[in-house]
Design a protein around this ligand. Structure first.
Ligand code: C5P
Length: 298
């Protein structure tokens, strides 16, 4: 028996980072948006193993530390069954790119293993288990557009209208999420900036509800962006190029280094992607749309 799950990447429309907590995490206001860049995860009954295929998969672990393998072990423990899951990942989501690719694979493994071992398991249970694996895993199960608070794992779906057209500029190499959060803390300390408690942006929520891409573009914010730019200064050129090519909004996706640009429609997105490729400011530029559903059994 085997099950294949398709799971989307995310971009953060707002990433408000609060003070560092005692547990090493930051309280967030995190507006997640699932986009049509997908990994496909196939789970087959058999000895626990992970294999990975894709154009740019350096650095993806294939041992028990792979988040998808950890998801299988966690779910098996919860259900009291053996973690007999041979997991194959077809990667399209950039690795260490700030688009929650590892979390997406963990979410897909949870859903795929549940389909094999206990098909009736509620999504809520999978989301609770997902939250133990990583802050972004529950959203990869939920999909759509949602606001996450706490570490980002306490989710409320947001009402949205219409479809949004994005371009993602993939960088050469990745950024480590803990390193970017640490750089954010370092910069705040160096500039004696006190982290304020983040709030949802009313302008962003109104733009999403109305389906107003121009207003959404103007309302995109990411508190991790200065830290990502500090660790990878070349991203400044990428962001500036996207703005020059007429993007309605431009920002670093999550902890980076992928940069996200909002376009007015699909044609505009294709034009901006081609212009970014031509300008040589990214390893690749791909167009995608959102919101899309979360992890889905094919
Ligand atoms: O939850 P996850 O394992 O994806 O988080 C990776 C790292 O990102 C954490 O170890 C922490 O350094 C940082 N992080 C944070 N605050 C959050 C989420 C993640 O500081 N809310």
């Amino acid at each position: 028996m085997s099950v294949t799950v398709r799971v989307p990447a995310k971009v953060n429309l707002q990433l408000g980072v609060g003070p560092l907590r005692d547990d090493g995490y930051h309280d967030l206001v995190n507006v997640f948006h699932a986009v049509s860049l997908f990994d496909e995860v196939t789970v087959t009954e058999g000895p626990l193993a992970v294999t990975v295929e894709g154009a740019s998969i350096e650095g993806v672990p294939t041992g028990p530390e792979n988040l998808a393998a950890r998801a299988a072990v966690l779910l098996a423990g919860h259900l009291g069954v053996e973690a007999a899951a041979s997991i194959h990942i077809r990667k399209e989501i950039p690795v260490a790119g700030g688009m929650a690719g590892g979390s997406a694979d963990a979410a897909a493994a949870l859903l795929g293993c549940a389909a094999l071992w206990n098909p009736g398991l509620p999504l809520k249970t999978l989301m609770e288990l997902g939250g133990q694996l990583g802050s972004d895993v529950p959203f990869a199960l939920l999909g759509g557009t949602a606001v996450g608070v706490g570490r980002g794992e306490v989710l409320t779906p947001l009402p949205t209208s219409g479809e949004y057209h994005w371009i993602f500029a993939l960088a050469e190499g990745g950024l480590s999420t803990p390193a970017v959060y640490a750089e954010c803390d370092r910069l705040r300390a160096a500039f004696e900036e006190h982290a304020v408690w983040p709030h949802e942006s009313p302008a962003l929520l109104a733009a999403l509800a109305e389906g107003d891409a121009k207003a959404l573009g103007a309302a995109l914010t990411n508190d991790l962006q200065p830290a990502a730019l500090s660790l990878m200064p070349s991203l400044q050129r990428t962001i500036a190029a996207g703005r020059d090519f007429g993007a309605l909004g431009a920002l670093v996706s999550g902890s980076g280094p992928t940069c996200a640009f909002l376009a007015g429609d699909a044609e505009h997105a294709a034009d901006i992607a081609a212009a970014l490729r031509g300008a040589g400011v990214a390893r690749a530029a791909v167009a995608a749309s959102g919101p899309v559903p979360g992890a889905t059994v094919l």
